[in-house]
Design a protein around this ligand. Structure first.
Ligand SMILES: [Zn+2]
Length: 303
């Protein structure tokens, strides 16, 4: 029994291969997966007709961004406004060339025992987010605070866009640890790329190592089938750590998405200094999903 227990509890450490958890975003729902499958077919047909996704064809989209800092006390809030502005600048350097601009609308700060951390999938998470959420479903609510119950070392997580109920609307957000901000305290993850990655999920993108048949976090094999459903991100079997130039984990099969692993892609797990791009196919997909799920009139005003 003890042996079994150690196997079970040993599994996350083996899977993560590190003390930190890069991303705690949960599995996407079947509706979002279905939209990816359908759009991948459209992309494929367009490419047969000679129409590739190009950055200069994307619409210009401005996303209102509401930042919420939470901490157990004002003394524990060590996130100055300048650091938040730096983070927004990092986000815009990654996204603006693809048509998305994130506009910092305001910053709220909440202190006290009830605001000491956000623990995913708890009543307290819903309480915190319900109290602070602003804007419509097309607007980004961006939380900066400790994540989890103190054991996880989670750097960030996001919700995916979906067809919304009231709770889904309230929970809709990106959450990051303050140590991941530019000039933050978490070594190797202190250039602001965690926020860029999580906003990728918020826009509907999957990990580059996504196994379409498995859950989104780390399990399964990203070499299989359609991976992340985006044609121009080469297949990748598992997350990249550090910056393993030349890594190629899906060789020798008949994939259409051949090529070296996309270790510089923001939707991988590499160190912040290694992450510097999205593919045009990913951003074409993000625009379609933003339009369908976040600007759709049935979804936008649930507040
Ligand atoms: Zn992620």
């Amino acid at each position: 029994m003890l042996f079994l227990k150690s196997i079970l509890f040993g599994l996350p450490a083996l899977v993560l291969a590190t003390d930190i958890q890069r991303c705690a975003t949960k599995s996407p729902g079947s509706q979002l997966k279905g939209l990816h499958v359908a759009q991948a077919k459209v992309d494929s047909q367009n490419r047969l007709n000679g129409k590739e996704a190009l950055d200069n064809t994307f619409p210009k989209v401005s996303v209102n961004t509401y930042v919420h800092v939470i901490a157990s006390s004002q003394v524990d809030d060590d996130t100055p406004q300048a650091q938040i502005v730096d983070q927004i600048n990092v986000i815009n350097r990654a996204y603006r060339r693809h048509g998305f601009t994130f506009l910092l609308r305001n910053i709220t700060r909440s202190f006290g025992k009830d605001w000491s951390s956000i623990v995913p999938d708890t009543d307290s998470e819903l309480k915190i987010k319900s109290a602070l959420r602003q804007g419509t479903y097309a607007d980004l609510n961006f939380y900066i605070g400790n994540i989890g119950d103190g054991f996880g070392g989670i750097l960030g997580y996001s919700t995916f866009p979906d067809y919304v109920s009231r709770d889904i609307f309230d929970l809709d957000a990106v959450v990051i640890d303050p140590g991941t901000l530019p000039n933050g305290t978490i070594s190797k993850y202190d250039l602001g790329a965690t926020a860029v990655h999580e906003i990728g999920h918020w826009l509907g993108l999957f990990h580059t190592f996504q196994d379409p048949l498995g859950p989104i976090i780390n399990f399964g094999d990203g070499c299989t089938a359609d991976g992340d459903f985006v044609y121009d991100t080469p297949a990748e079997s598992s997350p990249a750590w550090g910056c393993p130039e030349g890594r190629d984990t899906c060789t020798g099969n008949s994939l259409s998405r051949e090529g070296k692993d996309p270790i510089h892609n923001f939707m991988d797990y590499s160190d912040d200094s290694c992450l510097n791009l999205f593919s045009a196919g990913q951003m074409a997909r993000a625009h379609v999903l933003y339009q369908q799920l976040r600007l759709d009139s049935n979804n936008i005003n649930r507040n």
